[in-house]
Design a protein around this ligand. Structure first.
Ligand code: ADP
Ligand code: MG
Length: 244
């Protein structure tokens, strides 16, 4: 049981729409897993369920050796062990970049203002945004905002990063700088589960690719296996849309 995050038999419905239909998934330490699948296949729901941002109907989830699907668990404490970044609107618009980045470390992890700010400035400096620390998010480009959102997710040293199509709302010329930061995090040994439509990036950076179709994991393997020699007809049909 070396998995950092593991889920078995996850079921989730919205009304009579069964969105996750018995999903098993696991992430090892330092593993980067790309979650691919058509729009509506359940990628966001899976990420949200894993991060306890959405209640599940059935199944179990372990973070380390703790059963975080146990209803008696303190969900806020568990959520603080994840870092999550979504497609857009990640930063609080009324707070400075620095306040955004330090908020969780101060409120959830009870770090002092001084400690939290020192750590935040170090992280912002690493991505070239230290000069924007006092600025509000609307002064930043979309790519800078997403990089700041990633840094905010990192500020609490999360065990797992959940990234949900973090480049899909960006203008094409801004995608590269965000993917480059994710690549650095992968090189740093972070444990990452990312839903993405960036197939070239997934092929390059992911250790494993998981293909979700209609709430079921149809196929998974290394990028070479899934992109190079997909076994399932549904995977081939999905991928053919990207290769044209
Ligand atoms: P993906 O991220 O792969 O595009 P989602 O997980 O967002 O897929 O959505 C899967 C299905 O669940 C869709 O049919 C969507 O309409 C539905 N869904 C997602 N979130 C909700 C919600 N909060 N309420 C009702 N239906 C939802
Ligand atoms: Mg989604």
């Amino acid at each position: 049981m070396s998995a950092v995050l593991r889920a078995e038999g996850l079921w989730k419905s919205f009304g009579d729409n069964a969105v996750l239909r018995g999903v098993d998934v696991a992430l090892d330490a330092h593993e980067v897993v790309a979650l691919i699948g058509a729009s509506g296949s359940g990628k966001s729901t899976l990420l949200r369920c894993l991060g306890l941002l959405e209640p599940i109907d059935d199944g179990q989830i372990w973070l380390g050796d703790e059963d975080i699907s146990d209803p008696r668990i303190d969900a806020n404490r568990v959520r603080a062990r994840f870092g999550a970044v979504f497609q857009s609107y990640n930063l609080f618009p009324h707070l400075s970049v620095l306040a955004n980045v330090t908020l969780a470390s101060r409120v959830v992890h009870k770090r002092s203002k001084q400690d939290a700010e020192a750590r935040a400035l170090e992280l912002l400096d690493r991505i070239g945004l230290a000069d924007f620390a006092k600025a509000h998010p609307d002064r930043l480009s979309g790519g800078q905002q997403q990089r700041a959102a990633i840094v905010r997710a990192l500020a609490t040293d999360p065990e797992v990063l959940l990234l949900d199509e973090i480049t899909s709302a960006l203008d094409p010329e801004l995608v590269g700088e965000v993917l480059e930061l994710v690549r650095q995090l992968a090189d740093d040994g972070r444990t990452i589960l990312m839903a993405t439509h960036e197939m070239a990036f997934a092929r390059d950076v992911a250790d494993r690719v998981v293909f979700l179709d209609q709430g079921v994991i149809v196929e998974q393997g290394t990028p070479a296996e899934v992109f190079g020699a997909p076994r399932e007809a549904r995977t081939r049909a999905f991928l053919s849309r990207f290769t044209g």
